[in-house]
Design a protein around this ligand. Sequence first.
Ligand code: KG4
Ligand code: ZN
Length: 370
Amino acid sequence: MRVLGIETSCDETAAAVVEGGVRLLSDAVAGQEDLHAPYGGVVPEVAGRAHEATVVPVIERALRGAGIGLDGIDGIAVTNRPGLVGSLLVGVQAAKSLSLATGLPLVGVNHVLAHAHANLLSGVRLRFPLVALVVSGGHTNLYLCRSPLEEDLLGATVDDAAGEAFDKVAALLDLGFPGGPAVDRLAREGDRAAVRFPRTRGARGTLDFSFSGLKTAVLYHLRGQDARPGRGRNRPGARPADVAASFQEALVDSLVGITLEGARRHRVAQIVLGGGVACNGRLRERMAQEGARAGLEVVLPPPRLCTDNGAMVAALGTHLLRAGLRDGLDLEVFPRLLRNPSVKKERRRKGAGVGRTEAEVGGKEAEVGR
Ligand code: KG4
Ligand code: ZN
């Protein structure tokens, strides 16, 4: 089965062809960084318009790269949640048009879960059940995946996403946008122990994350307003590289600690990472080291499969299509995922989720905006 995956949820227009859910035949991405950089963040209107201009050429590139035409495709998968509505609509409209013109089956895909499924393409055998940490600009989610189609949300950020924290701290340090890669680079020259930033997390006993306190601590430190200035090792006037390295260390501490705790609690043998922040050198290093020490196999996707791409959408879409799931031309887009089990129950009651998997209905995260 060859599936065309289409991704336009944020600021990357991407399309890819995947065979059998695991073999990448082509992978085309058109980024928009230059368009958004002057504004210091993604401007939704600018993103939607740019997708409009690039979506068809990118799909054509993906098909050309795979050496096939639309007649060589068996199904179409498209990100329909979560993301910028104006951006999601462009990809979903393109997918619907192709499905209408060709009669090919269509399925909508949850972008956050797709990040975890990028690992299906990394050539490593996945051993279910496993724990997946998805860390991107918009989400920090920890899942227990029982199969490619069954997952429970174990924890999530209660405020900023990890990538958002990287981007905001990068802005404080004047490193430009997107900030994650710049902080990662600068941190390599810094002293991780220069500033002791707080290790924050969600409510006690949960596997939730929290990063806004850490971001605020960085802000106060840069303003010279540490809670205890001059005490301990919080040297006022630490170099930007030291601040970057110390911030990154605190954030990575939380990500690694909570993920390992999730793996222990649920007795899994494998941890997989996904999302743009999974490109981070220190996160990869520490997750691999500490996972190994705990007797766990840690799977790190290659960096180009960590950031937004069409391949992960095609990989998860293949499993959904194989399980018989189909969406029609009434497929909608949803800006957010919401952790609200009662909404899930409500949907079940109405029959919306009957016979469908958690991956399909969004699991504990039911869509809002209905
Ligand atoms: O998954 P992604 O490409 O898009 C979203 O779905 O959000 O993730 C983008 C995020 C941005 O916040 C970016 O700063 C962050 O991933 N990022 C990094 C690194 N590379 C990208 N954060 C830390 N270190 C990196 N090397
Ligand atoms: Zn993403």
